[in-house]
Design a protein around this ligand. Structure first.
Ligand code: APR
Length: 239
């Protein structure tokens, strides 16, 4: 039986909930240039266009058809029933893990439903779209809130805690991530180096350079419930 699990999720776990990934066919990076909508420079250049990009994705979360899928539900079941420690680290900025019920959750790339004061860095829950009138309440004069999103070139959130958990876990599972963006892409190496069994779930074939011990080439909504059941039964390569 495992005692300490870290799960890393990427856009692929939310694909079956109807949210676009970044690098798949018709992904977000086919519609927008990263440098225009996911960098501090792009925001300085054209804040309105960047606000529209995030407002659209935030409002999409309120679409009744966008709900947690079986993979999100399985991770919530794992948190409820697993007797050891579990942390879900997500690169996703949607709220589907929370809505499924996970609480031991860390958004390392920020959250669509939050804004941040550019001066104090205070974080605010979003109640209206980003725009010139959506300002902080912590400064005088009030500052226009920016998306609470970690852009390229900015430091991901919670890295000290993530490293600490990766060094202590005995099972590391990556779900629906292309493993192309660091530091998340390097987590498997840290976990493996400290003795964890590493597994990944992806609809794509195993990358020839992959460091994962196990690879489940399946849709997340199919593979994750199966994996969670095996873990809870103690039958996933029981230690
Ligand atoms: N089930 C399992 N895997 C899937 C599914 C699915 N239903 N659909 C897609 N995938 C896989 C794809 O094969 C791909 O490997 O999910 C992965 C999605 O990769 P990306 O689009 O690159 O998303 P992600 O890995 O989360 O991107 C990491 O890049 O642009 C930044 O900040 C952004 O957090 C994001 C980071």
């Amino acid at each position: 039986m495992y005692h300490h699990i870290v799960v890393l999720t990427g856009a692929g776990i939310s694909a079956e909930s109807g949210l676009k990934t970044f690098r798949d066919q018709d992904g977000l990076w086919e519609e927008h240039r990263i440098e225009d909508v996911a960098t501090p420079e792009g925001y300085q250049r054209d804040p309105v266009m960047v606000e529209q990009f995030y407002n659209h994705r935030w409002q999409q979360l309120n679409d009744p058809s966008v709900v947690p899928n079986a993979a999100h539900e399985a991770l919530a079941k794992l948190e409820r029933e697993f007797p050891g420690k579990l942390l879900v680290v997500t690169q996703n900025v949607d709220n589907l893990h929370e809505r499924a019920g996970n609480r031991q959750l860390l958004h390392m790339h920020g959250e669509l439903g939050k804004g941040r004061c550019p001066r104090s860095r205070q974080i605010f829950t979003l109640h209206e779209p980003f725009g010139p009138d959506n300002c902080c309440t912590c400064c005088i004069p009030a500052q226009r809130l920016r998306p609470h999103i970690v852009w390229f070139g900015e430091m991901p959130l919670g890295m000290d805690r993530i490293h600490d958990e990766l060094e202590r876990c005995d099972l590391f599972i990556a779900i629906g991530t292309s493993g192309t963006v660091y530091p998340a892409a390097g987590f498997v190496e840290i976990a493996s180096h400290h003795g964890a069994l590493t597994a990944e779930v992806n609809i794509a074939e195993k990358d020839p350079h992959s460091l994962f011990h196990l690879h489940y080439q399946k849709m997340a909504s199919e593979a994750v419930p199966q994996l969670v059941d095996k873990i809870l039964k103690g039958s996933l390569f029981a230690k």
